[in-house]
Structure formats: structure tokens, C-alpha cells
Design a protein around this ligand. Sequence first.
Ligand SMILES: Nc1ncnc2c1ncn2[C@@H]1O[C@H](COP(=O)(O)OP(=O)(O)OP(=O)(O)O)[C@@H](O)[C@H]1O
Ligand SMILES: [Mg+2]
Length: 141
Amino acid sequence: MPDIYTEKALSGLAMDISKKLHGHENIYLSGDLGAGKTTFTKYLLANLGVQSTVKSPSYQLIDFHRFGENKQIAHVDLYRLNDLNDIASLGLDDILSDEQIIAIIEWPERAEHLLPAPHYHFHFTHRTPTTRKIQIEENND
Ligand SMILES: Nc1ncnc2c1ncn2[C@@H]1O[C@H](COP(=O)(O)OP(=O)(O)OP(=O)(O)O)[C@@H](O)[C@H]1O
Ligand SMILES: [Mg+2]
């Protein structure tokens, strides 16, 4: 796979990844502000059949989106996590262990040592205004 993506190529990547998901994955998205984490999430969720609007989770840090029979996406953005103790009140442990939930976590490094290893970890880096470098770590255990 190439590692430099236009936004159009990114939507193609999201389609490829969506086909590999079974419905209980942890996906971590790292990269600077504006690197494309939420944009990727929008394309991925559209490919999974999510109908609800995907935006940056702000106040609650987590947005839930339903799809399929009885599945959910938990879209988490830890950028504004101030206190690691707040992680407990987010209920992330329950979310990550729920077989019906795919967790997508932006800014996972905010809670680095408290999160389990992900199935996919995408690293986004700015290249030009319209391109991003994306490195993909995949753990098939
Ligand atoms: N090749 C590209 N890949 C992804 N996004 C791109 C690309 N080219 C331009 N963009 C634009 O860059 C912006 C990326 O914003 P986005 O909200 O996805 O970033 P983010 O990584 O989620 O940032 P934050 O850390 O603030 O949540 C969007 O406006 C998107 O349209
Ligand atoms: Mg974002």
C-alpha cells in the first residue's frame, strides 16, 4: 500500500479497512491537529453503514453511532482529557470489552498506559495541504 494519501485515496483506504472489520476492534488514530483522524473516521463509518452524523466528539469525549444489526461505534477523542482519572468515568473499559462495539480512539497517547494494544493503529502526518502520510500498524492476534 502507498503511504501518501490524498483525501480521495484516504476514502479508498477507509473502504478497504471497513471490509476487514468484524465488529469488535480497537482502532487508534494518532497525528497532529488537522492531520485527518476525524476525516478518516467519517469515511470508515460511512462504509460501515452508519447513518448518523460523524463529527469531533467534544463535550462528552465519546460519540456512539449505531450500525448493522446491533452494533455500535464508540468514537472517542481524548485530546481534551485533562485528568487520567476521567478515563474511568468514560467507561472505556466496558466499551473496549463489549463485543458489539468497535472503538475508534483519536489521541490515544493521552491515555497511553491505560489502553490495551489496538488491532489497528494509524499514524497520520501532514505532507502538503492536500496529502497526508499514513503509517498503518496492524495486530492480528
Ligand atoms: N489527504 C488528506 N487526508 C485527510 N484530510 C485531509 C487531506 N487533505 C485535506 N484534508 C483536510 O484536512 C482536515 C483534517 O481535519 P480532521 O478534523 O480530520 O483532523 P483531525 O486529525 O481529526 O484533527 P484533531 O486532532 O483536531 O481532531 C479536513 O478538513 C480534511 O478535509
Ligand atoms: Mg479529530
